[in-house]
Design a protein around this ligand. Structure first.
Ligand code: FES
Length: 371
């Protein structure tokens, strides 16, 4: 029995049935028109594996492909260099928004060039250095029969032979050269697993700011509105149900202001005094129902910034953890495992809201409870 691919090999009966029943898909490579680097568009591609190539044109194509692979190798090395360079910004190993943006551009540009050069190189290789032939592929059910597998193996070996990967060492070596740093690039990203944060996540700028304020004879550090840095009087925040985001005064002067704000950001809520239930031992941490909690969700750190005035619930939009503002920000719904840390509040001689200490436990996800 012979099939329509021209093969005269006997077929296994399962394969034969599948071939009878299944539709056929034709895969041609490459198309006859529009060949890359073609010098004469009317010239047909050499037909069939092993057909004679125009050696002069093939040599030219080979050099172009090799140049593209070299470009890909350089771009991949550039990716690694850009990553290392960006990681050295700042004494604490972190970098600001501008550095992060520049680093992202450099990484993206290098990876784009590397991928593009590889893709164009491989395309030219296939279209200019391999012969054109039509392949008829049978669609069948898995698993393939012995004959199909043998057919695939033969086609694969024929393709490998046709690609010239064994007889064109320049292409083989430049391809390997391009692939090696591209394969290494994801490995260098493992560097982002370090350095360890040590004690940096256990305290926020509130603690340092309160210490400095007390050293100057003050009772604590003022709360300022995030964005405008305006200090808040109790009378400015007298409407029950209000909520606003605050940070410690002076945080914008910190050398790592963005990082410090990310940890110290706090929500200030005016809970109606009759509803407010102070946590035992924290009876004096609020001012007439004005209470402050960390804005960083204790689940995985999203900003818990939605406040429902009627129920006094603080909602994290990421996974719907819900905290009760009237009851020490206890978790009443969702995946968060512990309440939002509370900031001890008071009021200074001039009527401004102040913090008298840092959050009593680390803010954000509970990494520290796991040792
Ligand atoms: S981060 Fe808030 S619920 Fe997941």
């Amino acid at each position: 029995m012979s099939d329509n691919t021209g093969s005269n090999e006997p077929m296994e009966s399962g394969d034969a049935v599948r071939k009878e029943q299944s539709p056929k898909r034709k895969v041609g490579t490459p198309a006859q028109g529009g060949r890359l680097l073609a010098t004469d568009e009317s010239e047909p591609a050499p037909q069939g594996a092993g057909a004679k190539l125009d050696e002069a044109a093939a040599k030219r194509a080979e050099r172009v492909v090799a140049a593209l692979f070299l470009l890909a190798a350089l771009a991949s090395v550039g990716f690694i260099a850009a990553y290392v360079w960006s990681g050295t910004q700042g004494p604490d190993g972190m970098h600001g928004i501008d550095d992060a943006r520049a680093s992202n551009y450099a990484l993206g540009a290098c990876m784009t060039v590397a991928m593009l050069a590889m893709a164009v190189g491989v395309t030219i290789w296939v279209r200019r250095l391999m012969t054109s032939k039509q392949i008829v592929q049978q669609r069948g059910e898995l698993p393939s029969g012995e004959a199909t597998r043998a057919e695939f193996e033969a086609a694969f070996m024929e393709g490998a032979e046709d690609s010239g990967i064994t007889k064109r060492p320049l292409l083989r070596r430049t391809l390997l050269l391009a692939a090696a740093p591209l394969g290494l690039a994801p490995l260098v990203l493992l560097r982002d697993l370090g350095p360890l944060p040590e004690k940096r996540l256990r305290h926020t700028f509130w603690g340092e700011a309160v210490k400095q304020a007390k050293a100057q004879g003050k009772q604590g550090v003022r709360l300022v509105v995030d964005g405008t840095n305006r200090p808040l009087r109790v009378s400015d925040f007298a409407t029950p149900g209000s909520m606003i985001t605050v940070v410690p005064e002076g945080i914008d002067k910190s050398p790592h202001a963005m990082n410090e704000i990310a940890k110290a950001v706090t929500i200030l809520i005016n809970v109606p005094a009759e509803k407010f239930k102070p946590v035992k031992g924290r009876e004096n941490w609020h001012v007439n129902g004005i209470v402050a909690y960390s804005k960083i969700c204790t689940h995985v750190g999203c900003p818990a910034a939605l406040y429902e005035q009627t129920t006094h619930h603080i909602l994290c939009p990421c996974h719907q953890s819900t905290f009760d503002a009237t009851d020490g920000a206890k978790v009443i719904f969702g995946p968060a495992a512990r309440p939002l840390p509370q900031l001890p509040l008071s009021v200074d001689n001039e009527g401004y809201l102040i913090a008298t200490g840092d959050f009593p436990e680390p803010v954000g996800p509970s990494f520290w409870e796991r040792g």
